[in-house]
Write a protein that binds this ligand. Structure first.
Ligand code: UDP
Ligand code: MG
Length: 325
């Protein structure tokens, strides 16, 4: 028997969760009819949802033995959710996918075909269109990928997603990366292994809303840069050198000018400009340094990536005890 774990991070997904469950059940049936040696577990991560997500999960776990879940003590973010899912998964293969059906379950049989013979360690989808997304958002997303691939040694593929079908070996490699500031797109690519991309058109959410605001995404892309590139640090140093050269040149120009034409106002203004420019740049560079320092600070605390409050075994025990008394 081969076990496939399907890891699904959920944050306020009460509206789509039932839809997702019906869809995934259909696909699991289909796959089992094609390959008799397959078994499944569904592992949902309730990322501190404030709606009825947890109740739905509890319900599902009582009715369906394949359903497992972990519920976090608060919202830790999708990265932590995926980590928890990988950590708790028991399968020979692990799938990570969103609950909102933007990662169509219908791809799973195809993905399994790529991975099952050991030809590939990972199958994943790549969005070739960003249909249904605002122009501004698409523009910034493209710019981010371009920049990222210039300044980082780790390749970040444009349109690549967190929808992955992975071998146990690759999952274990990912779990070895214990960093606290997690940026999955970089982590998946950093561990290497053979990845097969399946291209597809973007799908919109059937229900619920995306929890990513524009600023949220912007902050997330900065996280990505800080986590997988040290180029900004070199940028700071480079800027420093550049400014020094400019300052020396200006000094020479002004010194010569001051000797030729004697204009006190001009000299004063020029000095003011230079001082403002320099202090601005210094702050900018210190800021970059500070960002890396703060990341190092957080890493050095070795805080847990997530804290769980409840999982399906605890809940089933509780229900059993409740029924006895
Ligand atoms: N998600 C999560 N924790 C969060 C935010 C999102 O577990 O703090 C989950 C969410 O339930 C969904 C997936 O991550 O299954 C992707 O989220 P969303 O659809 O909001 O992102 P988008 O598709 O817009 O990138
Ligand atoms: Mg989504």
């Amino acid at each position: 028997m081969k076990l496939i774990s399907i890891v699904v991070p959920c944050y306020n997904e009460e509206e789509v969760l039932p839809l997702f469950y019906t869809e995934i059940c259909k696909v699991m049936e289909q796959m089992r009819s094609e390959h008799a040696d397959l078994a499944f577990e569904l592992l949902f991560i309730d990322d501190g949802s404030r709606d009825r997500t947890l109740e739905l999960l509890r319900d599902m776990s009582l009715k369906d033995a394949r359903v497992r879940y972990v519920s976090f003590s608060r919202n830790f973010g999708k990265e932590a959710g995926m980590y928890a899912g990988l950590e708790r998964s028991r399968g020979d293969y692990v799938v990570v996918m969103d609950a909102d059906l933007q990662h169509p379950p219908a791809f799973l049989p195809q993905m399994y075909n790529y991975v099952k013979d050991g030809e590939y360690d990972c199958a994943t989808t790549r969005r070739v269109s960003r249909q249904g997304e605002s122009k501004l958002r698409s523009f910034f997303a493209r710019a981010f990928y371009k920049l990222m691939n210039k300044i980082s040694q780790t390749e970040i593929v444009d349109g690549a997603q967190d929808f992955r079908f992975m071998s146990r070996q690759m999952v274990d490699a990912i779990l070895e990366m214990q960093e606290y500031n997690r940026f999955s797109k970089g982590i998946f690519s950093w561990v290497g292994f053979r990845t097969r991309y399946i291209e597809y058109e973007n799908v919109e959410r059937p229900a619920g809303t995306s929890s990513w605001s524009f600023w949220g995404l912007f902050r997330y892309s900065l996280e990505g840069i800080y986590a997988f590139s040290t180029a900004p640090l070199s940028l700071a140093a480079l800027l420093g050198v550049l400014i020094c050269v400019i300052a020396v040149l200006l000094l020479i120009v002004f010194a010569v000018k001051a000797i030729v034409v004697d204009d006190a106002d001009l000299r004063f203004l020029a000095a003011l400009c230079i001082i403002t420019l320099l202090s601005g740049l210094q702050l900018f560079c210190t800021g970059i340094l500070g960002q890396y320092l703060s990341k190092t600070y957080l890493e050095s605390k070795h805080r847990p990536i997530y804290l769980s409050r409840e999982d399906e075994t605890m809940y089933r025990e509780r229900m059993k005890d409740g029924n006895k008394s």
